[in-house]
Design a binder for this molecule. Structure first.
Ligand SMILES: Cc1ncc(COP(=O)(O)O)c(C=O)c1O
Length: 398
């Protein structure tokens, strides 16, 4: 008898899912940027000094001492009542429409799998949040990129595309302090987008982890108050800490029920312990107000420090809009700076110089590569470090 060879018995194949989703260039880059000698402006990691560690320790001890079964047992898929109520109250929503998720990234994935069938169309802003591209691609939907500018999604171009026959089932936006552009969707564009959602019958996914980190100006009208065709996503990751892995979707209750069915297949439910900790912290209005003030002060100081450092070390090199909140600066290289190079090509030199950024191409959702853009995060570095990062960047961009 012929001995079986490895070739005759190949490993079972894997499906097309991973290829369709694609690895996140940012997560790959984060691994390189971890090197001690590199100052990373690449990740959007919140500053660990802002994590409410003591409050989390206290809440955990109290929960375990009080009713351990309620936080260590299996729980409902939709989420624990206490957290759903806190989230609903702060948004003026019906708790029945709140689905608690394992980070808002899971909410994106569940929305994509619930609303979209393979071959359906989903509109994304271009440039786009990479995690949204992955989640939407994972559903087998076709992505239709619509450009955005410093006032958010070009809703006029979306209207043109709709009138020309585009029929998306959903439109994803990070309407407040976008990732990567930092832009906030203009009030008039919000109204126009809501009207289009009603006229053409699509869902708006308003992905909002950064809206609470505002240090200038007033918050624009939330999209979900303009149309009930909105699915509003929120998260504790940027306002408390990412490690809790607590996020949510606020949707009309019928859609919440459908999302919860899909969540059952994903993870049964989000960690009950994390949810109860989040409910206590978010529900303590005074402590939460102090936490948000601290975040706004910290990130404002950093955004301004990075802006000053770029002016000092790289005058006339990078064009950007000073942010009113969020965590990112979206910068365009002036035409005369390294005109032959894309920011992807410049990244290697930057890493050699000890500084990391995310090249614009990582966020490209359409044919334009954002090849002369880069995203800088000011969230994780202290002002002196941001200054040094700009000095290193200048050695590459001079
Ligand atoms: C726009 C946007 N949405 C969603 C997420 C996912 O965050 P999380 O799953 O931690 O809530 C992120 C993370 O950076 C983000 O930038």
């Amino acid at each position: 008898m012929v001995k079986p060879t490895l070739l005759a018995y190949p490993r079972p194949p894997i499906g097309r899912g991973p290829q369709r989703i694609g690895s996140s260039a940012i997560r790959d880059l984060l691994a390189i940027a971890q090197r001690a000698e590199v100052i990373s402006l690449a990740g959007g990691l919140p500053d660990p000094d802002t994590f409410p560690t003591d409050a989390i320790a206290r809440a955990t001890a109290e929960l375990l001492a009080g009713d351990p079964a309620s936080v260590l047992q299996y729980g409902p898929t939709d989420g624990c009542d206490a957290l759903r109520e806190v989230v609903a109250a702060s948004a003026g929503a019906d708790p029945a429409g709140v689905l608690v998720t394992s980070g808002s990234q899971q909410a994106l994935d569940l929305v994509a799998r619930t609303v979209l069938d393979p071959g359906d169309v989903a509109v994304v802003a271009d440039p786009a949040y990479v995690g949204a591209l992955q989640a939407l691609r994972g559903s087998g939907a076709e992505l239709a990129p619509i450009p955005s500018d410093e006032h958010g999604l070009r809703v006029d171009l979306l209207a043109d595309a709709l009138h020309a026959g585009l029929r998306p089932k959903l439109v994803h936006v990070v309407a407040t302090f976008d990732n990567p552009t930092g832009a906030t969707l203009d009030p008039r564009r919000r109204v126009a987008l809501a009207e289009l959602a009603e006229e053409f019958g699509f869902w708006i996914v308003d992905d909002d982890p950064y809206g609470a980190i505002r240090w200038r100006g007033t918050a624009p009208t939330p999209l979900r108050t303009l149309t009930d065709r909105t699915i509003a996503l929120g998260s504790t990751s940027k306002v408390l800490c990412p490690g809790l892995r607590v996020g949510w979707a606020i949707a009309p209750p019928e859609l919440e029920t459908a999302l919860a069915i899909v969540k059952q297949s994903a993870d049964l439910h989000t960690s009950a312990l994390s949810q109860q900790i989040a409910a206590r912290l978010l529900g303590d209005r005074q402590a939460m107000g102090e936490q948000l003030d601290r975040l706004r002060r910290t990130y404002r100081a950093r955004a301004e420090a990075l802006g000053r450092a770029l002016e000092r070390h790289l005058p006339g090199t990078l064009a950007f809009t000073p942010p009113a909140g969020g965590m990112f600066l979206w910068c365009r290289l002036a035409d005369h700076v390294r005109p032959e190079a894309t920011t992807t090509e410049l990244l290697g030199e930057a890493l050699d110089a000890g500084v990391a950024f995310v090249p614009g191409a990582a966020f490209a959702a359409g044919p334009g590569g954002h090849d002369r853009h880069l995203r800088l995060s000011f969230a994780t570095g202290a002002p002196a470090e941001l200054d040094e990062a700009a000095r290193r960047l200048a050695t590459v961009l001079r």
